[in-house]
Write a protein that binds this ligand. Sequence first.
Ligand code: SF4
Length: 294
Amino acid sequence: MEIKIAESAGFCWGVKRAVNIATQALKRGKVLCLGELIHNSREIKRLKALGMDFVEDIEDVGKGDTVVIRSHGVSPGVIRYLRKKGAEIVDATCPFVKDVHEKAMRLEREGYPVLILGNPRHPEVIGIAGHVREPLIINDMEGIRRLPKFPKLGVVCQTTLNMNFFKEAIAELSLKVKELKVYNTICRATAVRQKETRELAGQVDLMLIIGGKNSSNSTKLYQISKSVNPRSYHIESKEEIREDWFKGVNVVGVTAGASTPQWVIDEVVEYLKDLSKGGELSGRGVCKTTGGKL
Ligand code: SF4
């Protein structure tokens, strides 16, 4: 069996940076993180073992606490509130997300009502929305079609938005808005990962998408893969893999969401190699990451 691993699989630059910033802060003492630093339960467990505590509510942050703001970012109101409480802020917001904040504010200053394309419950979208006064937030084509006509409208989007939805939404909006100003703020890391997943899914017999079930970008990769290759499986770890999935499989594709640590990917690849050696699978191939023969 040949194992093909997407080159973009795993931590993106922004998540890598956030984990590094948080790890450095942990060296100075106890650290709180507002929400999960990354959407991966096993990495969270590892960080907890290093002394990181995770809180969901800003009320749980007290005077003198060190708080990490994760790559998704937060609204300015949250930062102001934490400062007022006397907390020390370690800001690991991804610079690409900060760029979306800037663009949304610029659109508002220029007099455009701001539309955010994205999931209104996602922390990144909540953070972007907090930078403008009355944002509209839409997550599907039905919502776009229901929008009334606007003389002018400015658009930004969640960095992990599906590119096809973005294109469809903008095409529809251009028919109902006289002056439309659009910033495509989909992160390139996301676009590349989605493109590679689509291509890889079409070249292999089976696809494994590794990532937290609560990770929006991993779920999107799974949906894209499944639409191309019905034998696509979303797993968090090697323990979820079932040997009977691999009957008749000669080539398996592996990709992983932006919050999946390399060590989790390595575990899955090692498992696949062992499975192959154990005679459950046939054929020989080259693992792209290790270059090792199977
Ligand atoms: S996906 Fe892009 S925007 Fe999001 S954290 Fe990673 S690099 Fe930053």
